[in-house]
Design a protein around this ligand. Structure first.
Ligand SMILES: Cc1cc2nc3c(=O)[nH]c(=O)nc-3n(C[C@H](O)[C@H](O)[C@H](O)COP(=O)(O)O)c2cc1C
Length: 198
């Protein structure tokens, strides 16, 4: 085994963490700055933090100038939307990872349509098959990262991923993309079922 004692580590554990904790779902987060600029960026350090109440969490790593635009907007306005990244949107998503000045909108730069949200000011992504409108619950400082926790206030689900009979999301129809490390991604087109023991 290759052993890593973090106390003696020179440099960062980023590559190990991001290569081993895979595949990760991608939160494609839209926010609106106080100045009214619509921001959009992907965050794959992302998960469900709680079901009841419904809370999601993503973890921006600080940039060279401190907080990235997304957590800064969330802190200033208390609102954000998590959009689902599916196969058809992955290239557009990637374009929104470019580092743009705060005055420039990734929606416009990447030619992504905005759809007005129902309960919050930031728009959601046109064509996203699911979107969670959130209000900021808490920002937690963890050294060089900031955890952003949001209460889910409103959910949009495209009919193409909902089974009309059961009304449930059919996981076989959710072509989400998984983030690996660097520029690598995974499809979820090789699903299998495994019954859980009672
Ligand atoms: C698929 C993908 C996932 C990413 N996940 C994260 C992440 O979890 N944390 C992070 O700090 N940056 C992440 N990034 C980089 C940010 O998207 C990038 O720094 C972006 O410019 C931040 O934009 P913002 O300043 O508008 O928030 C990711 C990039 C890609 C392409």
């Amino acid at each position: 085994m290759v052993e890593i004692d973090v106390e003696e580590l020179e440099g960062s554990l980023y590559r190990v963490l991001s290569s081993v904790v895979i595949p990760r779902p991608i939160a494609w987060v839209s926010t609106r700055s106080e100045a009214g600029v619509d921001n959009l960026a992907p965050y794959s350090f992302f998960t469900v933090a709680s079901v009841d109440p419904p809370v999601v969490l993503f973890a921006p790593v600080d940039g060279p100038d401190g907080l990235k635009d997304t957590p800064r907007n969330a802190r200033e306005t208390g609102e954000f939307v998590v959009n689902l990244v599916t196969e058809d949107l992955v290239e557009a998503m990637n374009e929104t990872a470019a580092t743009l000045p705060a005055e420039e909108s990734e929606f416009d730069r990447a030619g992504i349509g905005r759809v007005e949200s129902t309960t919050v000011a930031p728009p959601r992504v046109g064509g996203a098959k699911a979107a969670f409108e959130c209000t900021l619950r808490e920002l937690i400082d963890v050294g060089g990262s900031t955890l952003v926790l949001g209460d889910v206030q409103y959910v949009h689900l495209d009919e193409s991923i909902v089974d009309p009979e059961s009304g449930k999301v059919d996981v076989q129809d959710v072509d989400a993309v998984g983030r690996l490390a660097g520029s690598w991604y995974a499809h979820v087109d090789d699903r299998f079922s495994l019954e859980r023991p009672p």
